[in-house]
Design a binder for this molecule. Structure first.
Ligand code: SF4
Length: 265
């Protein structure tokens, strides 16, 4: 079985090998994740239909088509959510659709990025998700919609890992990735990040380090720093807690990791 890898996993490993070990090797429950809200899910579905099913003979998708998609999808939301959602979509249309005179149907919508990669004799399954993949004259561009109240721009090191990993994953199937845009639906603003070969090389080096760690199975070292403040494992971590609790028995005994060590031919 290939070893699963995503941008979130690699970012965790970069921040602290000990936290990575507990979360992904031991599957020790950490802080609860943030599930998608009903409104956010409906907005994503609406935009998938809006971009994926519009009549591409028109130069750009119309506002009427956007309204039609929203009315069909927002039926399970209450009135307040329907109204709020439409306001966000109108902002998106005004800021993102109207300024561009001609549009093309995206290459893919709400897709899953998946690719295999062999490093240091270990087969990794790299995965991620995207909302829209556009093919323009200069190459591939990923677009992700964000519906949170406030969009904190990602830290440069976070975006570098994400872009490096996505380049590696997409090049096998589609070719060279040029950029990632995060579109904040509440403000209509887009934050665009360009891809570089340095991001790709840095991620390859990080995966190689992770592979060496997995193979050697030596101790996963804690890395004390700013990240400890929001770490969900503080209670178990002797590096920051003199009275650290032991890891629960059920976790310590159910940690078998099955990975495929690829044999070089
Ligand atoms: S508290 Fe800090 S050192 Fe301990 S696991 Fe979390 S991030 Fe790592």
């Amino acid at each position: 079985m290939a070893y699963r890898l995503s941008a979130t996993r690699l970012q965790t490993y970069r921040r602290c090998a000990q936290a990575y070990y507990w979360r992904y090797e031991k599957r020790l429950p950490g802080p609860a994740g943030f599930g998608g809200t009903a409104l956010g899910t409906s907005l994503h579905r609406c935009l998938a239909q809006f971009h994926g099913d519009w009549d591409a003979q028109d130069p750009q998708p119309s506002r009427a088509w956007l309204a039609q998609c929203w009315h069909a999808i927002a039926t399970d939301l209450n009135q307040e959510q329907q109204h709020e959602g439409w306001q966000l979509l109108e902002t998106y249309y005004r800021e993102q659709i109207q300024p561009q005179a001609t549009w093309q149907r995206p290459l893919a919508i709400e897709g899953r990025i998946q690719a295999t990669l062999v490093l240091e004799g270990i087969e990794f399954l790299v995965s991620g998700r995207y909302d829209r993949l556009d093919l323009r004259e200069d190459g591939l561009h990923l677009v992700d919609y964000k519906s949170a109240k406030r969009l904190e721009p990602p830290r440069p090191e976070q975006i570098d890992v994400q872009l490096g990993l996505y380049q590696l994953a997409l090049e096998q199937r589609y070719g060279q990735l040029k950029s990632l845009s995060l579109v904040h639906l509440r403000s209509g603003q887009a934050y665009c990040y360009g891809c570089t070969t340095q991001q790709r090389e840095a991620v390859l080096a990080q995966i190689a380090t992770l592979a060496q760690q997995i193979r050697s199975d030596q101790q996963w070292q804690p890395q004390v720093g700013e990240q400890c403040r929001s770490c969900g494992y503080r209670r178990y971590c002797p590096a920051v807690n003199a009275e650290a609790e032991p890891i629960p028995e059920t976790i310590t005994s159910s940690s078998d990791r099955r990975i495929q060590l690829s044999l070089a031919l």
